[in-house]
Write a protein that binds this ligand. Structure first.
Ligand code: NAD
Length: 422
């Protein structure tokens, strides 16, 4: 059947239809629409040594379509890393014929803010990035990669970037997940986004220049994974902790030490990604990797800049372990082992800002973040954890008292003295 054009209208002529169509129902007014869509996210985390070797194409080729030329890159780099590695990085990119510019950011926790993100965005805008073939390269610690990740997620609503973490925390935690973030109004990482880099390239050689305190800081996040899900990893830290720090966890350490360091980093990354992948957008609020992150945001911000992120996490883990011990989840022997590992790694288990009020406020803030529930991961033996929801204020106060006692008296629980306190 052919529908005849409406001869009364010259301007609007329906197209002739050659196929019979059922009559359309009269137009129904709509007041609500449901739009659903899903986006597959896929990114790579690669252990990759010799990244700055000019003969190694990995860094220059990462994150661009096969066959694309060397192109241009904006390299956003931490100021300390630039001072230590800038010349090699520049020589590398020049040798690989990559046209590049550096945006050097003096990145540390106190400037982890939107102002710094705006500075990076200005550099991205001035550079004029082609989104398909010129991923921004972020080179630095967790602060730098969190800043660049947030800037990249905002710029033209998502611009690809690569991460080259240069600290241990960056390699096993900050540089391998999906989250970006900055601090806002005394709140840790309160503004942020989910925007993983297309590729994270991890070269443990960078650890060769990292100060021992920052190595220990990273070992605290590794200890977190060990305590909640990997007893073997815990044993490695128990046996080799101080040596890992001495040898800086590099391939160039002693043959035996390098092997342990490699295994420790691999297990930590694997354990972390195993937890992150099925819950990348954190819809599930029962997260094992939140162990050590229930009280620590409040502790870290209150102590800023005295405590590093991993140090605040360690205080939280020690406190949570004491809570677990008081509940009968962690026996005395395991509590001693755990605190001793922290002690040998010279990580703090207490800080003067940890007043009963601060711990209670920290937990209340966490409860808001976890949809009204505590969902507190507590160690259930070493290498396992369980979630609890009913920790009372009295319990917090008693646990803090016990922790203080342990920190104050080196003979308590037969602990050796160490870096208790600041
Ligand atoms: P950082 O970025 O401040 O780096 C620590 C220090 O090491 C800095 O002074 C830096 O200049 C220096 N540095 C970096 N690489 C170096 C190298 N190779 N040699 C010598 N010095 C070097 O701190 P961080 O510990 O790497 O990261 C902590 C940050 O990571 C926190 O802000 C935390 O919130 C964030 N974080 C984010 C996630 C996430 O999922 N996005 C996870 C964990 C931690």
């Amino acid at each position: 059947m052919t529908v005849q054009p409406d001869s009364t209208s010259e301007a609007l002529r329906p197209c002739p239809r050659t196929v019979a169509e059922p009559p359309r129902p009269p137009w129904q007014p709509h007041r609500a629409w449901q739009v659903s869509s899903s986006r597959t996210v896929s990114y790579e985390v690669v252990l990759s040594s010799g990244l700055l070797d000019p003969a190694n194409p990995t860094l220059a080729a990462a994150g661009v379509p096969d066959g694309a030329g060397p192109g241009r890159r904006l390299v956003v780099v931490d100021a300390t890393v630039q001072a230590l590695y800038g010349a090699r990085l520049c020589a590398y990119l020049t040798r690989r014929a990559v046209e590049h510019e550096f945006c050097v950011v003096d990145a540390h926790e106190s400037v982890k803010s939107m102002e710094t993100v705006f500075g990076i965005l200005a550099a991205m805008d001035a550079f004029g990035i082609s989104r398909r073939r010129e991923p921004v390269i972020a080179v630095g610690g967790g602060v730098l990669t969190d800043l660049v990740g947030l800037a990249a997620s905002l710029y033209r609503r998502a611009t690809p970037y690569l991460r080259v973490p240069t600290t241990l925390i960056g390699m096993v935690d900050a540089g391998i997940g999906a989250k970006t973030g900055v601090n806002f109004r005394q709140h840790k990482n309160r503004l942020g986004s989910y925007h993983p880099s297309s590729v994270t390239l991890i070269d443990q050689e960078f650890l060769g220049t990292l100060g021992p305190r920052h190595l220990r800081n990273g070992l605290a996040e590794i200890l977190k994974i060990a305590l909640v899900k990997d007893a073997t990893l815990f044993e490695r830290l128990e046996e080799h902790g101080p040596r890992l720090v001495e040898e800086r966890m590099r391939p160039a350490g002693s043959a035996d030490g390098a092997k342990v360091a490699e295994e420790v980093v691999e297990r930590a990354i694997h354990g972390m990604l195993e937890e992150l992948q099925p819950n990348l957008w954190e819809h599930e609020l029962r997260r094992l990797v939140d162990f050590g992150h229930s009280f620590s945001p409040a502790i870290e911000m209150a102590a800023l800049p005295a405590l590093l992120h991993g140090e605040a996490v360690c205080v939280d883990m020690a406190f949570s372990a004491v809570l677990a011990h008081r509940r009968g989840l962690l026996d005395r022997g395991d509590l001693v082992r755990l605190l001793r590992v922290m002690d040998r790694l010279e990580l703090p288990t207490w800080h003067p800002v940890c007043t009963p009020d601060l711990m209670a406020r920290g937990l209340a803030d966490t409860v808001r973040h976890r949809d009204g529930r505590q969902l507190l991961p507590l160690p259930d033996g070493i290498g396992h954890a369980r979630f609890v929801n009913d920790v009372s204020r009295a319990e917090l106060d008693a646990a803090l008292g016990l922790l203080l006692d342990l920190g104050g008296r080196s003979d308590a629980l037969a602990l050796t003295s160490g870096n208790r306190g600041a």
